[in-house]
Each structure stands twice: as C-alpha cells, then as structure tokens.
Design a protein around this ligand. Sequence first.
Ligand SMILES: [Zn+2]
Ligand SMILES: [Zn+2]
Length: 172
Amino acid sequence: MIERTVGDLDEVLNNLGVFRCSPDDLLATCPSGFRRVPITQGAGYYISLQGFGPNQVAFAHTHPDSEEWVVVLRGSGQALFGGNPVPLSAGVVVGRGAAHPHGFLSGDSLHMLSIQLPRPSEGSTTWDQAGDTTEPIGCSFGGTCRRCPRCGGHSKRIAGGSFSCENCKLDF
Ligand SMILES: [Zn+2]
Ligand SMILES: [Zn+2]
C-alpha cells in the first residue's frame, strides 16, 4: 500500500480510483510566487506539480540527498545549474543528479511535473542564492500574499502578521 499524506492529490484515489485533471486547473498561479501541488510522497519519492506565472523564479538551492526529473507540461523558461542554463519548453524532460545546485526561471508561464527520488529529507536542503521578497498584495485566492525570500514560493499571511511559505514552509 502507498502511504498517503493529508492534502496530497492522491487522497482522491481513496474514493475515486481513477482521477483525470488538467494541471492548469490545479496550479492557480499568482504573481507573488510559484506554487506547488503535491501529488504523492513517501520516504523514497516526492511527486508534485509546480506552476510558475510570468517571469517567476525558484531561487537556487541544493538537495544533497535527492535526484529530480522534471517534465515540462506547458510554457517555457530555464533550469539554472550553476552557469549552465538549460532551456525548457513543453515536452522537455530534464534530469538532475543529487548535490547539483539548481533553480528555475519561467518565461510566459511554466508548468512542470517534478519527480524527486528519494524525497529530500527535512533540513537537508541548502539555499545557495540570496533571494528577495515582494510587496504584499491582496491574493486572488484569498488573504494577502508575497514571495518567499528563501525559495521564491507563494507565501500567505498568517496570524500575527508574518507570512508562511507554501513551498518551503519558511515563516518570515
Ligand atoms: Zn497570491
Ligand atoms: Zn519558501
């Protein structure tokens, strides 16, 4: 049996058995930062959808313990590996070995399927690029949001006035 995590997309398989989706409907992109929809995860794997709006960045970071394959579903951009950017367009598959610093930069938009093997362990990721945040805006999905200065992900205002990143869980 596959272990399921509350909130991951694979929860629907408990009831439906078969599920068809369009990533466009799930990856509601926001100008503040990129978004991720987890599909399924366990100790040995983490599969998710990742969605960037126009000109969004995932700041460079390193997973010393996890390899990754990405499949570009829509849009364009660049995967950034040190000084060697790899162009991304729909249908392209890019693999990355463990311990390779990497980031992403979207063009008009960028939707990807990400397969990480195994799942990066908690606290093992190093953040290699000094990121920055954006001014808070009213989010079209409710509340107030801004960009996470650590990973570039979409972050929502939480009680107390600080923000919490949906992707890397940083509170700032
Ligand atoms: Zn937002
Ligand atoms: Zn973050």
